[in-house]
Ligand binder design. Structure first.
Ligand code: 5GP
Length: 118
């Protein structure tokens, strides 16, 4: 059985967040520890702990995460300057919250794609 994280409480609005968007499949809110001027998390309402747990039945949901991220990038004014969509998985990916989430990062030059450990 999957264990809920703080993201489930944010989705159900049991704890506060700076929520930008919510529909039947996904919720988007600002990251509490932003790594860029724009740092938004797009999260499925359904608990999927890691990308390894996603399957074909989740394809609509995973696609919605992408199109909602695109919409928020436009709303935040970074569609033209550019942004990065990032999904961490497992120890090497440094996933901290076991409820998949797409990071939308932008508003500055984000540098090259992959950093060094540490
Ligand atoms: P991960 O490393 O799992 O890909 O990223 C988890 C992200 O969730 C981190 O960027 C972290 O700042 C963010 N985060 C963790 N707890 C909370 C919270 O309670 N509220 C919000 N808005 N973001 C959180």
């Amino acid at each position: 059985m999957s264990t809920e994280t703080i993201f489930s409480k944010i989705i159900r609005k049991e704890i506060p967040s700076d929520m930008l968007y919510q529909d039947d499949l996904v919720t988007a809110f600002r990251d509490i520890n932003p790594q860029a001027p724009v740092h938004v998390l797009v999260v499925p309402n359904k608990l999927i702990p890691t990308m390894n747990d996603a399957d074909a039945d989740d394809e609509a949901l995973l696609g919605r995460m992408m199109t909602v991220a695109k919409k928020i990038a436009a709303d935040e004014g970074i569609a033209e300057t550019g942004y990065r969509l990032l999904l961490n998985c497992g120890p090497d990916g440094h996933q901290e919250v076991m409820h998949i989430h797409l990071h939308l990062l932008g508003g500055r030059d984000l540098g090259r794609m992959v950093g060094r450990p540490g």
